[in-house]
Design a protein around this ligand. Structure first.
Ligand SMILES: [Zn+2]
Ligand SMILES: [Zn+2]
Length: 146
């Protein structure tokens, strides 16, 4: 919370209670979440914020490095609290139902971290692997039997 406060100060942005409520909610959600889910969660707890405010605050949080933003397949935009999961984690994304599973692979991490790209200093990376999750596979198998 102090980090966000300091960030807003340094950017000379207004430190509104909405912005802090949004950050708090993002932390409590855990895992991946959409802007809409965050807004709905706040509404359910009796806190009304506009979609515009949610998006602009998430943008600030991404800029501050407190929230990660993932663009999966260019279709959906999901956020996650940067403190909740280690920087280098990867995603197994089901292209049928859109479910995203987090996974870690030390071998891949070691491989990428050992790479040196010319005129570039890498800090982190995320790997997205697309495919079909087990329940979608099972559903497809059941459907083809009938
Ligand atoms: Zn699926
Ligand atoms: Zn993730």
């Amino acid at each position: 919370m102090e980090q966000f406060d300091a960030f807003l100060r340094s950017k000379q942005k207004r430190r509104t209670s909405e912005r802090f409520a949004i950050f708090q909610c993002a932390q409590s959600l855990g895992g991946h979440f959409s802007a809409e889910l965050l807004r709905q969660t706040l509404t359910d707890s009796g806190y009304h914020v506009s979609t515009t405010t949610v998006y602009s605050t998430l943008e600030l949080l991404v800029e501050a490095g407190l929230i990660l933003c993932h663009n999966f397949d260019g279709r959906c935009r999901l956020y996650e609290y940067a403190g909740a999961s280690p920087a280098s984690h990867h995603h197994l994304i089901c292209t049928v139902c859109g479910r995203i599973k987090e996974m870690r692979d030390a071998e891949v991490d070691a491989l990428i971290n050992s790479k040196h790209y010319p005129a570039f200093s890498q800090t982190s990376f995320t790997l997205n692997i697309y495919g079909e999750c087990r329940s979608c596979q099972n559903r497809r198998r059941r459907a083809s039997k009938n």
